[in-house]
Design a protein around this ligand. Structure first.
Ligand SMILES: [Zn+2]
Length: 304
C-alpha cells in the first residue's frame, strides 16, 4: 500500500555529530530512534557565524551539548520551531538559556478541534504543552538573519501549529514532520486533521521548493514530485477505506487490519487514528455517515 511512495531510508549519521548536507545548512541528529522518529530528530543550523537553529529537539542534555558544540565560537540569533511534539521542541528552554536567541513558531501546542465528550487524548503525552515562542509567526512572514532569510509557511495537519520554513536563498524548505523521506506523516486527531493536511500538501506543491530537509530522515530532492506521491498515497488510502465500508466493514479496527498489511505492531494505534482522520474528513464531505461525532470506537457506513 505504501509501496507507491519512493521512500528513502538511506541515512548513515552518527547521533549528535554535525554534518553539512548543503553549503550553509548543517544538521545534528538527536539520539532518539524509534517507530515515530526513525533514527532520530534532526536539528538544523542555518548560516555561518551568526546562525539560526531549526528544531532544537527532545529534552536531552547530550543533544543540546552537541548542538552548542557544533556552533562553538558562533552566535545563535534565532531558534525556529516547526511544531510542538516532544521530539522537536522541549530542548528550546535549554538552548535559549545558553544562547539568548529569540524563539519563533506559529504558536503553542493546541488540538485541531475541540475534544468530543468522553474522548481520550490518545497521543496527549506527545504534546509539549510548556512551549511558548517569543515571536508568533504568520504565514508568509519573513525573518532575516546574517546572510539568510527564512519565510514562515503554515502547514497544519500533522499538528494544528505546524510551520515549515523556507530558506529563500537556497530554494530549500525545512519541512518538519509534514513531509518526510522515510515514511508517511502521522495525522492523528485531535492534534491533526486530514483536510488541513491535504491542503498543506497542495500548498507545498504550488510553492515548488526543490529540496526539503525534514524532521526525520534524509533530505528530499525533487520535492514537488515526492509530495505528489504523498497526495496520491492519501487518496489511495481514502479509496481503500471507502472500499472496505462498501464491503460491509463498519469499525476502524477491522479497517486497519484489512488495509495496513504487515504494519509494525507499535504503529497500530497510530494507524487507527489515521483512519479516524480520514473518517472525519469523509463525514465532513458527506461521503460517510456515523452516529454523533466521528470517534475511534464509532460505527461507519457509506452515505450512498
Ligand atoms: Zn511530530
Amino acid at each position: 500500500m505504501a509501496d507507491d511512495i519512493p521512500f528513502d531510508k538511506n541515512l548513515n549519521l552518527t547521533p549528535d555529530t554535525v554534518d553539512e548536507p548543503m553549503p550553509g545548512v548543517r544538521r545534528v541528529m538527536a539520539d532518539n530512534p524509534g517507530p515515530f522518529t526513525f533514527k532520530g530528530t534532526m536539528s538544523y543550523i542555518i548560516g555561518r557565524g551568526e546562525v539560526a537553529i531549526v528544531d532544537p529537539g527532545p529534552d536531552d542534555p547530550a543533544h543540546v551539548a552537541a548542538l552548542l558544540d557544533a556552533v562553538r565560537n558562533e552566535t545563535v540569533t534565532h531558534i525556529f520551531v516547526t511544531h510542538t511534539h516532544r521530539d522537536h521542541s522541549p530542548a528550546v528552554p535549554a538552548l535559549k538559556r545558553a544562547t539568548g536567541a529569540t524563539v519563533y513558531a506559529e504558536g503553542p501546542h493546541r488540538a485541531a478541534r475541540p475534544l468530543h465528550i468522553g474522548e481520550q487524548k490518545a497521543l496527549d503525552s506527545s504534546g509539549d504543552r510548556d512551549f511558548m515562542p517569543d515571536v508568533r509567526l504568520k504565514d508568509g512572514e519573513v525573518v532575516t538573519g546574517k546572510g539568510w532569510s527564512v519565510e514562515a509557511v503554515t502547514t497544519p495537519g500533522h499538528t494544528a501549529n505546524h510551520m515549515a520554513y523556507a530558506l529563500r536563498e537556497k530554494n530549500v524548505l525545512f519541512a518538519g514532520d509534514h513531509v518526510m523521506a522515510w515514511a508517511t506523516s502521522i495525522v492523528a486527531p485531535p492534534d491533526g486533521a486530514m483536510s488541513d493536511y491535504m491542503a498543506s500538501l497542495n500548498k507545498l506543491v504550488r510553492r515548488g521548493e526543490t529540496t526539503y530537509f525534514p524532521g526525520h530522515g534524509p533530505a528530499i530532492g525533487d520535492a514537488s514530485r515526492f509530495v505528489n506521491y504523498y497526495i496520491l498515497h492519501r487518496k489511495a488510502r481514502e479509496d481503500s477505506i471507502l472500499h472496505r465500508l462498501g464491503k460491509g466493514e463498519t469499525d476502524i479496527p477491522s479497517i486497519v487490519r484489512a488495509i495496513y498489511i504487515g504494519i509494525d505492531p507499535r504503529l497500530v494505534g497510530a494507524a487507527g487514528l489515521s483512519v479516524l482522520a480520514h473518517m472525519e474528513d469523509l463525514v465532513t464531505r458527506g461521503l460517510v455517515k456515523t452516529d454523533g461525532p466521528p470517534a475511534i470506537g464509532g460505527m461507519y457506513r457509506l452515505a450512498k
